[in-house]
Design a protein around this ligand. Structure first.
Ligand code: ADP
Length: 320
């Protein structure tokens, strides 16, 4: 392939910019042309496509968000709309497309691939829930944002002898809650993958208080329940002084960590290598610190992202 396109889609994630930069620079290094599709699949169907040069991606490696902008485009589930997207790409002479995004965006890339247009998926989402990779671009940055918040909340929780419920992102995947809870020393972590027992939580709080614990931190993934509702129920059961902090969209922003920038650079460059070799229809990832790629259709249909159950068990051991 000599001409490729790149787009970012769905929820933005810190590290999408370094991924775009890697795609553009790697492609130009190999004498290919790169086109940026602005505004995700919505921009694709409306033809918001512009050629990118080396300088187009200058000074973005440290910026959160995505210079190519992102959008939700529900109508892209429709086959005719997907065809329109393919026509736009073909009209620009673009032979393959790199899609940087989450599981929804991957479905779009899979659909285009099924219609015969070669796409490569690059996992860009803070949720860490893409099959075929141990880590997604943006997860590490979001995690560090949450840790920073937990550390600050811990200071005030200790001063006032309070229990804090911290609601973090993660509708279907508990990775942010689990990793942040473990790294932030939370007493209890609630994730969508595991049922919880309110009596156990109350008992754990009571035991902690008995041995003189000054505070308690409970991390709740948004997919489990609302932090506010959970805190209300817990207050009724314990009469503790309970406060809630819903971290919300701050988890999506910020300068990508070094870890995310390196991951984005590696995955973006690998996506170009695949298209260069004419190998579309792939999903790139990292497993055991090695770059891997899978058939995008097979990855989405047969693989499933799994939360690390050992980490969950460890968090319970360490927070007694
Ligand atoms: P994310 O990529 O972060 O998971 P979404 O789930 O919102 O975000 O998906 C982003 C976009 O991907 C959607 O707005 C839509 O354009 C496209 N998309 C999602 N699901 C499908 C699907 N089943 N088929 C085709 N395109 C899809």
């Amino acid at each position: 392939m000599k001409k490729i396109g790149v787009l970012t889609s769905g929820g933005d994630a810190p590290g999408m910019n370094p991924a775009i930069r890697a795609v553009v620079r790697k492609a130009i290094y190999h004498d290919m042309e790169v086109y940026g599709v602005y505004g995700g699949y919505a921009g694709l169907i409306s033809g918001n496509i512009k050629k990118l040069e080396l300088g187009s991606v200058g000074d973005i490696i440290h910026r959160g968000g995505t210079m190519l902008l992102s959008a939700r485009c529900p109508e892209f589930r429709n086959k005719e709309v997907q065809q329109k997207g393919i026509e736009q790409l073909k009209a620009h002479g673009i032979e393959g497309l790199v899609v940087i995004g989450g599981d929804g965006s991957y479905m779009g890339a899979k659909a285009l691939t099924e219609q015969g247009y070669p796409c490569v998926g690059v996992p860009g989402t803070i949720d860490n829930d893409i099959p075929g990779t141990d880590f997604t671009i943006g997860f590490d940055t979001a995690l560090n944002t949450v840790i920073d918040a937990i550390d600050k909340i811990r200071d005030t929780a200790t001063s006032h002898d309070r229990t804090f419920v911290i609601e973090v992102m993660g509708r279907d995947a508990g990775d942010i809650a689990l990793w942040a809870g473990l790294a932030g020393g939370a007493e209890t972590i609630l994730i969508p993958e595991e049922n919880y027992n309110m009596n156990d939580i109350v008992e754990r709080l009571r035991k902690g208080q008995e041995r003189g614990k000054k505070h308690s931190i409970i991390v709740v993934a948004e997919g489990v329940c609302s932090g506010v509702d959970f805190a209300k129920e817990l207050k009724e059961l314990t009469n503790n002084d309970i406060r809630v902090s819903v971290l919300g969209h701050m988890q999506r922003g910020g300068s990508p960590t070094a870890q995310d920038r390196v991951l984005a650079s590696r995955l973006g460059a690998r996506a170009v290598e695949l298209l260069m070799a004419g190998r579309g229809g792939r999903a790139v990832g990292i497993e055991n610190n090695k770059l891997v790629d899978y058939d995008i259709i097979e990855a989405l249909e047969q693989r499933k992202h799994k939360l690390d159950a050992n980490l969950f068990d460890l968090s319970k051991v360490l927070s007694i």
